[in-house]
Design a protein around this ligand. Structure first.
Ligand code: TYD
Ligand code: MG
Length: 445
């Protein structure tokens, strides 16, 4: 028996426990793993008896990877044209976001499907199927947590499509530790991978995300699978984004905006306006901006609240936007616009429950903070997009033209963008190309 400690965040292994992972710096993430050492490992001479099957690559026919179309057009588009047999797709998302709903909607008559649930019993799965009008005869169902039993079931049925809901509820008797721990999640994923490769099964594994929004479980799990999808959004709202963040068989810039209805998810075809309550916000501290999701432009509200710090250290809280980036922008605003933000708490919130790393948001964040600090509204029908540099300069961002086009079509009249070479002329619209955040003052009223 050998004992090691693995970080549940980055997967790095250590011989001794410590309170902090020395690799990624996370606190309290080291978990104990015990395993039996492979006896062959230390005895090289024993390896000569091991059977090895080499493959002659020249005899492999150059066939295109076969992609199985599912019932969902947007899902096929996101995974790169359909499910690849023997591939593993990981679907991550917060509890209650709709993971089980999406995978149930994939089931169709062209796929011989085996549905494994470690979370729900047959009754709740059946009632979901009824709600989604899915013919229960299309699926074989197993409510099981033990991976060995699951594998036996897979071998009996040899499905085209295997659904695992969720990896955090499975365990193998070969490894110690609770289900959901690093060692169990990794061992179970490896076992599922082996069986999908062997029997050419397209497998979809559901995984929960942890508090910080990362996939729970070791990073190594992401390396093992072929495709990683994320279902994001605010549980309390109807809309979600299904994004692809890794794909061995296609591009990763595809995504779909979905609406949760009484009968499951429906794709929203023209989503640009859905997150916008008004193109003319009534109060100070709200700036409108746009993000690019896949090839769609979404208009979102960026809200900021700047309030006097009561005691001690000023608070900075960002929801949907990078906290470090917020701190950096506050420092830039402080030094370039002379705002006394060191005496104020700053909270920002991006509507819609998205987590966005699009730098084009910077300008709207800066504007919303400035507007809240001065307690002045922003000019009517304005929209902001641009990256802010450390010197307060406004930098170019991708897809400016697409963003402008969408803003114009929604009725915005005042578009604030980085100055760029080829200016676009749009009738009836004020295109303000700005060079520095010092110019933001003129947009306050
Ligand atoms: P679920 O797919 O169970 O989420 P997860 O597997 O990610 O935990 O669904 C979450 C919510 O969606 C649940 O509160 C009920 C709601 N829902 C609908 O609104 N319409 C539907 O058709 C279905 C199936 C669920
Ligand atoms: Mg579920």
């Amino acid at each position: 028996m050998k004992t090691i400690y693995s970080c549940s965040k980055c997967g790095t292994q250590f011989p001794k426990w410590s309170g902090r992972c020395l690799d990624c710096g996370a606190w309290g993430t080291l978990e104990k793993e015990t395993f039996i050492e492979d006896e062959r490992k230390n005895k090289t001479e024993n390896l000569k008896d091991v059977k090895v099957d080499f493959i002659d690559l020249s005899k492999i026919k150059n066939e295109q990877v076969k992609k199985i179309k599912t019932g969902l057009i947007y899902f096929d588009k996101i995974v790169g044209g359909g499910l690849v047999s023997s591939s593993l797709v990981l679907l991550g998302g917060e509890p209650g976001i709709g993971k089980s709903t999406i995978i149930s909607q994939i089931i169709n008559k062209n796929l011989n499907t085996l549905y494994i649930s470690g979370e729900e019993n047959a009754n709740s799965v059946k009632s979901r199927f009824d709600r989604l009008e899915i013919d229960s005869k299309l699926v074989k169902f197993l409510a099981e947590n033990n991976i060995e039993t699951i594998l036996a079931g897979v071998m009996k049925i040899k499905p085209d499509f295997l659904i695992i809901d969720s990896i955090q509820t499975l365990y193998t008797s070969e490894v110690e530790g609770d289900p959901g721990g690093v060692a169990q999640v990794r061992a179970c994923t490896v076992k599922i991978m082996e069986i999908s490769r062997k029997f050419n099964i397209a497998t979809l594994i559901i995984s929960h995300v942890n508090k910080s929004g990362d996939l729970a479980g070791p990073k190594t799990m992401e390396h093992l699978v072929d495709c990683v999808l994320n279902l994001e959004g605010d549980r309390l709202h109807r809309f979600r984004i299904l994004k692809c963040i890794k794909n061995r068989f296609g591009a990763t810039d595809e995504s779909a905006i979905l609406e949760m209805t009484k009968s499951g998810f429906k794709e929203v075809i023209n989503p640009s306006k859905i997150y916008l309550s008004s193109i003319n916000p009534e109060s100070s501290g709200i700036a409108i901006t746009s993000i690019i999701e896949g090839n769609q432009v979404l208009m979102l509200e960026l809200q900021a609240l700047v309030s006097k710090t009561n005691f001690g250290y000023p608070k900075r809280t960002a929801s949907g936007y990078d906290q470090k980036r917020l701190e950096l922008l506050i420092a830039v605003l402080q030094s370039k616009l002379d705002l006394k933000l060191n005496l104020y708490d700053v909270y920002i919130n991006l509507t819609g429950g998205f987590k966005v790393s699009d730098r084009a948001l910077d300008l709207a964040v800066a504007m919303a903070i400035y507007s809240s600090y001065e307690n002045k509204k922003i000019q009517e029908k304005s929209v902001f997009f641009g990256e802010v540099g450390l010197g307060g300069e406004i930098r170019q961002i991708p897809k400016t033209k697409e963003r402008i086009k969408e803003a114009v079509s929604l009725g915005f009249k005042n578009i604030i963008i980085p100055s760029f070479e080829k200016q676009v002329e749009v009738k009836g619209v004020n295109l303000n190309c700005i060079k520095n955040i010092k110019e933001l003052k003129k947009f306050l009223i």
